[in-house]
Design a binder for this molecule. Structure first.
Ligand code: NHW
Ligand code: EN5
Length: 388
């Protein structure tokens, strides 16, 4: 069934019922000197390249590969369209390795035809802090599919991660592989219902007219929580404290320091938005919310070509009710002209999704760890991790 994944140190379906298997690394690390020193073999027409994402040209090539060949929904109506700025941000966190940004080119023409990336991250699994790679942006050109290129790319990124003495990884996928640590549901909150219906992203509900639908999803013009404002550099220490304390309650969550928060949470135009609530009395930061910008191309529509989507990221409420905070996030996203606000049922998101009129999507997102066994599959709300 899974000729490649059966050979890898990941939880296997046949072991799911086995309560005796211990939690933790599946294989021990080997001395770095024993890690294969040369890249894996590619079919003869192709060559490995390290992609320098700070080069405008390389970044544009990666952008073009992904915008034409990356993830689509099950009916091929929409395709993720990560921006160049987003890709640069996603791949340049503190301590990143350029050698983990891996491309495959056609030798003769130098055309970029495949891509995979890793970035370093500290992850907490129960009480253990584990150094990991987060693997993302695996993409093979549509014309080169089903030739078993993906397993070679995964082995090559694994090799380059091993060379940095890192032996575990975290990744997500819309497909079921051996074996998810948890499986999450996408939820969607319409901000621009007319356009969403026009492009086939959503439908008019039964016994609903367009005018009733517009009224249903209407939002105030500006956030309602006193002290709600855009996050600034000076908020990094307070946001880090709030986030670290919040993430402790989840079974799997990233271990973020101030440098990570400055990179991952501080607002970056058209990439990530974040807001804090500063108490008007004490000037304390009591809450924050964030979302990232990931548009999708609308495939084959006569008038609309881009769906502007916000994705819920990390949110922490200690004083403001979470429902009110996340309603302000919707209002802020609407002000910025997003068409839809998406969220997974991770962390405490279940507590606001229905109340704020999100509906379940047709997509699932499965979370995986490489070379780390978890004893029982987690429930989505036990997970404190959002990957881009
Ligand atoms: S998930 C998004 C993945 N990308 C896309 O869906 C884009 C559109 N699709 C494609 O480009 C986020 C191709 O269909 C891809 C597969 C490239 C997906 N993850 O080459 P073959 C991520 O980027 C297995 C893992 O013939 P293809 C996360 C499949 O099960 N494995 O297929 C990435 C089969 O193996 P099996 C996947 O369609 C995490 C084999 O690939 C997969 O031409 C990567 C078939 O290969 C997926 N999304 O290309 C793992 N999709 O055993 C990182 C298919 O079943 C692991 N497959 O026979 C950690 C590494 C680091 C460790 C460090 C210690
Ligand atoms: C790695 N970082 O399927 C990610 N999206 O529901 C890789 N559906 O947008 C893995 N099919 O339900 C990504 N509208 C896996 C996800 C791949 C993309 C995907 C789904 C998530 C999606 C939309 C459009 C469906 C179009 C036809 C959807 C319904 C919205 C409706 C709004 C009103 C209230 C009810 C729901």
């Amino acid at each position: 069934r899974h000729k490649f994944w059966e050979t890898q140190p990941v939880g296997q379906f046949k072991d799911l019922h086995d309560a005796n298997l211990p939690e933790g690394p599946i294989e021990p690390p080997t001395p770095i000197s024993e890690v294969k020193q040369e890249p894996y073999n590619l079919p003869n027409l192709y060559e490995w390249v390290t992609c320098d994402m700070s080069s405008e040209d390389t970044c544009a090539e990666v952008y073009n590969l992904l915008s034409n060949n990356y993830v689509e929904d099950d009916e091929n109506m929409f395709r993720f369209n990560y921006s160049k700025e987003f890709l640069r941000w996603a791949l340049h966190p503190p301590g990143y390795y350029k050698t983990w940004h891996i491309g495959v080119r056609v030798k003769s023409s130098k055309k970029l035809v495949a891509f995979i990336t890793g970035i370093p991250a500290r992850m907490r699994v129960r009480s253990e802090i584990v150094s990991m790679a987060e693997v993302n942006f695996l993409c093979v050109h549509k014309k080169l599919r089903s030739k078993r290129l993906a397993p070679v790319m995964i082995k090559e990124v694994t090799r380059r991660v091993h060379l940095e003495n890192i032996w575990q990884a975290a990744y997500t996928a819309g497909v079921v592989l051996p074996t998810p640590i948890t499986s999450c549901q996408y939820w969607h909150r319409s901000l621009n219902p007319k356009k969403l219906i026009d492009v086939g992203f959503s439908r008019l509900g039964p016994r609903m007219t367009m005018s009733r639908t517009l009224k249903l999803y209407k939002l105030p013009d500006s956030p309602v929580t006193p002290g709600f404002r855009k996050m600034e550099l000076r908020d990094v220490p307070a946001v880090t404290r709030l986030l670290r304390a919040y993430l402790l309650q989840f079974v799997v969550a990233p271990d973020l320091d101030e440098l990570d928060v400055e990179h991952w949470i501080l607002p970056k135009e058209d990439v990530v938005d974040s807001f804090v609530v500063e108490s008007p009395e004490s000037h304390e930061i009591t809450d924050f919310c964030s979302f990232y910008t990931l548009p999708s191309s609308i495939l084959g529509h006569p008038t609309h070509s881009i769906l502007k989507a916000a994705y819920s990221y990390y949110n922490v409420a200690t004083k403001t009710p979470l429902v009110q905070l996340m309603n302000d996030a919707l209002i802020a996203a609407k002000q910025k002209d997003f068409d839809v606000f998406n969220a997974l049922d991770v962390m405490h998101n279940e507590t606001f999704l229905k109340e704020l009129k999100y509906g379940p999507g047709d997509g699932k997102l499965h979370y995986y760890l490489y070379n780390y066994r978890i004893k029982n599959i987690l429930r989505p709300w036990e997970l404190g991790l959002v990957l881009l």
